[in-house]
Design a protein around this ligand. Structure first.
Ligand SMILES: [Zn+2]
Length: 679
């Protein structure tokens, strides 16, 4: 108890210090101890035991929907980026990254101009929508809007062809909704029904701000909701989007019309979008496009115009005057995700800038936070985890030798990208000026669209990163058979990498990030891709049956968890992530057992290496979440809420019982017969 108390005080003063300067001295306190809630036993609720002390002492700030480790990592960064922006503005470069950063900042912070202009920056686009006469005009305008990021009717983009990873393909998927996904249009639980009841009011508010009277605004809103509901009805559910075969449907451009949508002139649309050098496209959900055809044909021109105008304004509302931006906040952040107050303008400006030119800022981040020694340490950890996985696969009693050999072949072929890209994106063609802010964002979206479209017909650039180095996240890209680990994901806030003990690092990074991402190559979706990144079966049918039987035990465990109200976790939709968590812990732990720290077995601050490993893993999921955010996540996200990413997998790990003396009768105890035995 005392330890916890002292730790908390130390933590509190430490965090305020690191907002000013990176401390030169090694912090004395132990973050793992400081975070504990010792009023809860590890066997009762491990997440609460590991992180509850910190959570109790750090209530979620009003402007956050969740608050924890990721926010702490980025908190220091936000302050630094703010300074970088202010200095760039002061310096006043006329060209290059300095000009873009400085002028972006000027336009985002120029509240006088933003308030005075209202919706003016969008008037030109709004009048184009108003001037449409035919359904052909509708598709031409849709193509135009997609090019600057207002995705009406459906979603699209350039991706590697899942069956031919050396080829870039144009992919069209379901989309066009103003609420997060189809479930918001139909689910009957009280939370979702409440959000649905607020949606027409939000749409009507935007139309009133554009000049409609209330009666007209409400009518427009009702028609838009009806249009979107028809699209939602033909949209697939979250779990059904995870089958790579059923979401892969290739159509020649010439046949798109006859096969899917007789009313849409696809060749013309694609030409207007800038789709070149391909004669076929991949359609994720063909039934959606059949329905879209009927929706466009059966909807009156005025409603189509209103629908497109609404999506235009909603896409850019955050960059317009306060009434627009407030309406957007009230619906998307407050009603859907539970935020109480907005982030200050400078924070919102930095978030927008991250989306627009994040990689330019990332170069500054890694200079300060991720040196060559850290990069080398984590590259070595990737190899240690990879070897641990190899040893585990070799020992499996349920997998045939042939499939084992192929699995190991794929495992050894996984490419690693650690910290930051070797080659940075070049934003010099992007025009950023001192305003209007909304038009800077529109041009940034256009830059990204051109960047993606220009990939068609060219060899795949396998060096590319899809996340900035300052992102507290990581990914496995099945088409490249690669893991990508941004620098921020390996950063413990306020600590220098060299000061972190192995047990913490192996739990925090080797298991929860490196092991997790590697295991994605072998989860229920990733296992369907081969070592080249192609969708191709390399499993025997007996091995597949064994895999599924074992994986289903895990989805069954998660289906039983009810994080809020009556909303349970969707075991099928979250299976890939939960498999990756469990696999990551097992192989991260095996790799840790090879270290001198583990072999010596010395305690640090009273904790064994094994205990620190599990606490280090839990530190990666240190997060308090608002109920609204949890509810939204359960409907829209393939990741379980943070707490369940600790308490879900741990009962399946034998060493967890050993480390904390978990016994029958404890809540976290599972008899061996009910545990998952996969990797
Ligand atoms: Zn994942």
């Amino acid at each position: 108890m005392n330890k916890t108390f002292i730790g908390m005080i130390a933590a509190a003063s430490f965090f305020s210090a690191c907002n000013q300067q990176t401390p030169k001295e090694t912090p004395k306190q132990d973050m793992l101890l400081a975070d504990l809630d010792t009023t809860v036993k590890p066997g009762e609720d491990f997440f609460q035991y590991a992180n509850g002390g910190w959570i109790k002492n750090h209530p979620i700030p009003g402007d956050e929907i969740a608050y924890g480790i990721g926010e702490l990592v980025q908190k220091e960064l936000y302050v630094k980026l703010k300074t970088i922006n202010e200095e760039a503005l002061k310096k006043g470069d006329k060209t290059g990254a300095g000009q873009r950063i400085g002028d972006f900042w000027y336009s985002a912070m120029d509240t006088n101009a933003i308030e005075k202009e209202g919706a003016q920056p969008l008037r030109e686009e709004l009048s184009k929508i108003a001037g449409m006469n035919t359904k052909e005009d509708v598709m031409a305008q849709a193509a135009h809007m997609h090019s600057y990021g207002a995705n009406v009717f459906f979603d699209e983009g350039v991706t590697q062809d899942p069956k031919h990873s050396d080829v870039e393909a144009y992919t069209m998927t379901q989309g066009g909704l103003g609420m997060p996904n189809r479930d918001y249009y139909f689910n009957t639980d009280a939370r979702t029904a409440k959000i649905r009841s607020l949606y027409p009011g939000y749409i009507a508010t935007l139309f009133r701000l554009l000049g409609s009277d209330s009666i007209e605004a409400n009518k427009k809103a009702a028609n838009i909701v009806a249009l979107e509901t028809a699209l939602a009805k033909s949209s697939r559910k979250l779990e059904d989007l995870r089958d790579p075969y059923s979401n892969y449907n290739k159509f020649s451009i010439a046949k798109l019309r006859s096969a899917l949508s007789p009313g849409i002139e696809w060749p013309k649309y694609l030409e207007q979008m800038g789709v070149k050098h391909v004669d076929s496209v991949i359609v994720g959900q063909p039934e959606f496009y059949k329905a879209l055809d009927k929706v466009i044909a059966g909807t009156d021109m005025q409603t189509l115009k209103d629908y497109m105008a609404f999506h235009l304004v909603a896409t850019f509302a955050n960059y317009l005057s306060t009434p627009f931006e407030q309406a957007n906040f009230n619906f998307y952040s407050k009603a859907i995700r539970g935020a109480e107050v907005e982030h200050p303008r400078w924070r919102r400006a930095l978030d927008a800038e991250e989306g627009a030119i994040g990689e330019e800022l990332g170069q500054l981040f890694v200079k300060e936070y991720f040196n060559a020694t850290a990069k080398a340490r984590y590259e070595q950890i990737v190899e240690n985890v990879r070897n641990a996985y190899k040893a585990r696969i070799e020992k499996l009693d349920w997998m045939t030798d042939t499939t084992k050999q192929k699995a190991i072949h794929k495992l050894m072929a996984i490419k690693k990208k650690v910290g930051y890209p070797d080659k940075w994106k070049d934003f010099s063609a992007l025009k950023i000026d001192r305003g209007p802010y909304a038009l800077n964002m529109m041009r940034a979206n256009e830059w990204w669209n051109n960047y993606e479209m220009s990939k068609l017909g060219k060899p795949v650039n396998r060096d590319e990163w899809s996340m900035t180095p300052q992102t507290y996240n990581a990914y496995y890209n099945e088409s490249n058979n690669e893991i990508v680990l941004p620098a921020a994901m390996m950063t413990v806030p306020g600590f220098k990498d060299a000061d972190l003990d192995d047990a913490l690092v192996y739990g925090y990074t080797a298991a929860s990030t490196v092991g997790h991402e590697i295991t994605h190559g072998f989860d229920d979706e990733g296992r369907k891709f081969d070592e080249q990144g192609n969708l191709a079966s390399w499993w025997s049918s007996t091995d597949t049956a064994q895999f599924m039987k074992r994986a289903e035990i895990l989805s069954g465990q998660f289906n039983k968890m009810v994080p809020i109200d009556t909303l349970h976790i969707n075991g099928k939709a979250t299976l890939g992530e939960n498999l990756a968590d469990l696999g990551g812990i097992l192989i991260g732990l095996d790799a840790f057992k090879q270290t001198e720290t583990y072999k010596k077995g010395e305690k640090i601050n009273g904790m064994t290496p094994l205990q620190r490993f599990f606490l280090g893993y839990s530190l990666g999921w240190l997060l308090a979440e608002r109920p609204e955010k949890v509810a939204t996540q359960l409907l829209t996200d393939v990741h379980a809420p943070a707490k369940y990413r600790v308490n879900g997998p741990f009962p399946n790990v034998p060493e967890f019982y050993e480390a904390f003396g978990i016994k029958p009768g404890d809540k976290m105890y599972l008899p061996d017969s009910l545990r998952v035995h996969l990797w």
